[in-house]
Ligand binder design. Sequence first.
Ligand SMILES: NC(=O)c1ccc[n+]([C@@H]2O[C@H](COP(=O)([O-])OP(=O)(O)OC[C@H]3O[C@@H](n4cnc5c(N)ncnc54)[C@H](OP(=O)(O)O)[C@@H]3O)[C@@H](O)[C@H]2O)c1
Length: 282
Amino acid sequence: MNVIITGANGFVGRNIGLHLAENGFEVTGIVRGKKVVPFPAVSSKDLTETRLGNMIKNSDALVHLVGQGKQTVCNTYENVNVSLTRNAVTLCKRAGIKKIIYMSGLGVDKSTTLGYFISKYNAEQEIVKSGLDYTIFRASYIVGKDDPLSKTLQQQIRKGKIIIPGSGNYRFQPIFVDDVSKIIGKTIVDKKLSNKIIDLVGPQIISYNLFVKKFLHGRNVPIQRLDFEDAYNNALHGKGSFGVDDLAIMAGDYIGNHKKLASLAEMKFTRWDEILKSCSLS
Ligand SMILES: NC(=O)c1ccc[n+]([C@@H]2O[C@H](COP(=O)([O-])OP(=O)(O)OC[C@H]3O[C@@H](n4cnc5c(N)ncnc54)[C@H](OP(=O)(O)O)[C@@H]3O)[C@@H](O)[C@H]2O)c1
């Protein structure tokens, strides 16, 4: 089967692309700059080029991973998360691609007041109303080698201390990127996951404090607890490891429905403590 991946140079895109390519799929990435992935890729500014539609004509599925979790004056959530999703839907229709898979975020719903989640919700709606066969995943933190959260922790370790905003008691449900890749593979071939919005969450719920402790593997790195007000102040002024919306998501304590995912995907999930060991994240 032919699979197209937008945002292929990103953390999730390169992992999924590699997994699918190793498991019999013909993968073509779409990237905005120079390709860094070891599978074929084409470049596109905004997914609207006519040549692009012709190059990927009649592929079996498009996995839309373009997205950003921090906005700037030039790259707003509306421009990137919503408009480029609308362009991805149009691209599917032009190229005769009937299936679209989208990576949304855990915590997104109609009643959200967070700008990032509002853009993800509006992007979801572009897909739901498109008439295409769709699967939308609302993902918790996806972890694996070089994931964004682990990279942040590694950077903090290199600077000499781990910073935990607030109490650190807020929880999350990390899911292994290899498990995510397997689920995407199943979603492409199995109609059971069609036309659904599904939480993409791992089997265990853990606090940020515990995650950091395990990440350190007993290493003696000082931990600084930073008052949330100070963390927020840093974020607003572009300082520190976390953006304003990162902090909101952390404090949001979002937990999802792993049982539903497990019953649809029918596979064994990796425990997060095994992930930390197997990926040598720490
Ligand atoms: N990682 C997680 O834990 C997680 C959790 C929930 C949801 N998600 C969602 O999953 C998707 C992939 O996440 P990720 O961790 O792989 O993020 P990532 O590493 O930041 O990758 C995002 C991709 O989007 C591309 N992109 C960003 N702005 C763009 C623009 N204006 N035009 C074209 N391409 C653009 C980036 O291109 P460049 O490579 O050129 O920068 C990159 O390839 C995102 O939509 C994210 O919101 C991720």
